[in-house]
Design a protein around this ligand. Structure first.
Ligand SMILES: *[C@@H]1O[C@H](CO)[C@@H](O)[C@H](O)[C@H]1NC(C)=O
Ligand SMILES: *[C@@H]1O[C@H](CO)[C@@H](O)[C@H](O)[C@H]1NC(C)=O
Ligand SMILES: *[C@@H]1O[C@H](CO)[C@@H](O)[C@H](O)[C@H]1NC(C)=O
Length: 438
């Protein structure tokens, strides 16, 4: 009898211990799983595998467009919805005033407040992205709000961002960029700043300055993407990573047989004063039998390609030759991408020619190409306005923009059509949380 109750006591003690341990384990598991869904500045990586987590973060970090417009409808091509925003753009009263240099200097004084108020995503949203850093060379000269909204949308903690600010930009612009940049360990201002003269070598040099700094960074980035102040992404970081992996070590940029009407650009010697001037003095052909191809300033290139720019002596020779030409940014990268000894390049054979529409680097609507697709035009007319013969997109361009394969598009301007930018911001942020998570 005594022995039996002793045994019972022993069993119940054991049971209690087991039950207790299970309860404690459950509590720990619960605590950690719920912790996963709390914003914590110190965490670098958050798995968005559960629906509850995604909802939790999206609620805090969405970039929902302001006002009555429904961006989903706009992106689906609902013209009634688009015309509403067009009408709003015409009403001066309703236009939002863009944020100034001073606004940003003030807001970024307290970095924690800045990141929260501007809804930066300060953690990686997937392991695959965390393991695939990208380097950005961002060349800017003004319009602080455009720069900051671009940075906010492409920002992730694993990437590395170099910002080249035009040496002749205003003091307050320099201060505002530095204030923003000071809030992030992985965003910095280039160590050398050029005074950028339109269509001159200085535009290339600005990117080169950033590239050199980016090569010196300890971040193990795989590809470099360059942007200017009027660019905006059409894809999320996860989608960009997927695309870069598919490039498989090749560069991706426009590079085509140059049209005859552009040859004067590198057949004459140009001088840079306040502007660039044609001296009409003839120049020799490029050295090393390099063939000139035409393209744009926008590139997506591998780290090995960037390294080669500084390490291969032939490149230096070609660059020296290009320094006194007109708009070298629009042929230098395109030509180097067709030289056999450049990493990630393509043979010069015509079958490797790549138009801006077929490459992924940048989507641009050129005024002289717009027209009726039914009659052979590459795209329909711009729904915003034209600047330097390029479309500054309006909301009506969004359905088309989001049907293309390009990673980035140019040009956007919140003063021309803020609704277009807002809808892109909303769309990309939604896809960051609810798109294909890798
Ligand atoms: C978007 O964020 C705001 C807070 O800024 C929040 O009140 C709202 O509920 C969020 N919307 C969605 C759809 O999660
Ligand atoms: C916006 O439009 C979509 C598609 O028509 C609809 O599903 C969604 O509920 C709308 N959103 C709002 C907030 O009205
Ligand atoms: C990059 O690093 C090397 C070696 O540490 C240094 O000599 C060079 O000046 C650095 N370049 C830049 C642009 O900081």
């Amino acid at each position: 009898m005594f022995g039996f109750s002793k045994k019972l006591l022993r069993i119940s003690t054991t049971l209690c211990l087991i039950c207790g341990s299970i309860l404690i384990l459950l509590a720990i598991a619960l605590k950690f799983s719920s912790l996963d869904c709390y914003l914590d500045d110190t965490r670098q990586m958050i798995d968005l595998n559960t629906a509850a987590c995604r909802d939790h973060y999206y609620k805090a970090l969405n970039l929902s467009a302001s006002g009555k417009k429904n961006c989903t409808k706009i992106i689906q091509g609902d013209w009634e919805e688009v015309s509403q925003t067009l009408l709003e753009n015409l009403e001066v009263k309703k236009r939002r005033v863009v944020a100034s240099d001073k606004d940003y200097i003030e807001l970024a004084k307290d970095c924690a407040t800045f990141k929260t108020a501007r809804k930066y995503i300060t953690f990686s949203v997937s392991t695959e992205e965390a393991n695939y850093p990208i380097a950005y060379s961002m060349v800017v000269h003004g319009e602080i709000e455009s720069f900051e909204r671009l940075l906010r949308t492409v920002y992730t903690p694993q990437n590395i961002y170099c910002v080249h600010v035009d040496a002749k930009s205003s003091d307050t612009f320099h201060q505002a960029v530095r204030a923003i940049v000071s809030c992030f360990d992985n965003v910095f201002v280039a160590s050398k700043l050029e005074s950028v003269v339109y269509a001159s070598w200085s535009r290339v040099q600005a990117d080169l300055n950033c590239m050199e700094d980016l090569l010196n960074s300890t971040v193990q980035w795989k590809y470099l993407i360059n942007t200017c102040g009027t660019d905006f992404p059409l894809k999320t970081n996860a989608e960009i990573v997927k695309a870069l992996k598919l490039f498989n070590g090749k560069n991706n940029l426009e590079s085509e047989e140059p049209p005859g009407r552009k040859k004067w650009r590198w057949e004459n010697h140009f001088e840079v004063k306040k502007n660039i001037v044609n001296t009409n003095i003839k120049k020799g052909p490029p050295p090393l039998n390099i063939k000139v191809f035409s393209g744009k300033a926008y590139i997506v290139v591998t780290k090995d390609f960037v390294r080669a720019l500084f390490e291969i002596p032939f490149v230096k020779e070609f660059m020296e030759w290009a320094k006194d030409t007109y708009s070298p940014d629009e042929f230098l990268w395109a030509s180097l991408n067709r030289v056999p000894w450049m990493p990630g390049s393509f043979p010069r054979h015509v079958i490797f020619d790549n138009s801006d529409m077929n490459s992924l680097a940048r989507l641009v609507k050129w005024q002289d190409m717009e027209g009726d697709i039914k009659h052979g035009a590459p795209y329909s007319p711009c729904m915003g306005i034209h600047r330097r013969e390029v479309c500054v997109y309006g909301t009506g361009d969004l359905p088309w923009l989001l049907q293309q394969q390009h990673l980035f598009a140019n040009k956007f301007d919140p003063k021309v059509d803020d609704h277009a930018l807002q809808c892109l911001e909303e769309h990309l942020r939604f896809k960051t949380f609810y798109g294909d998570i890798m």
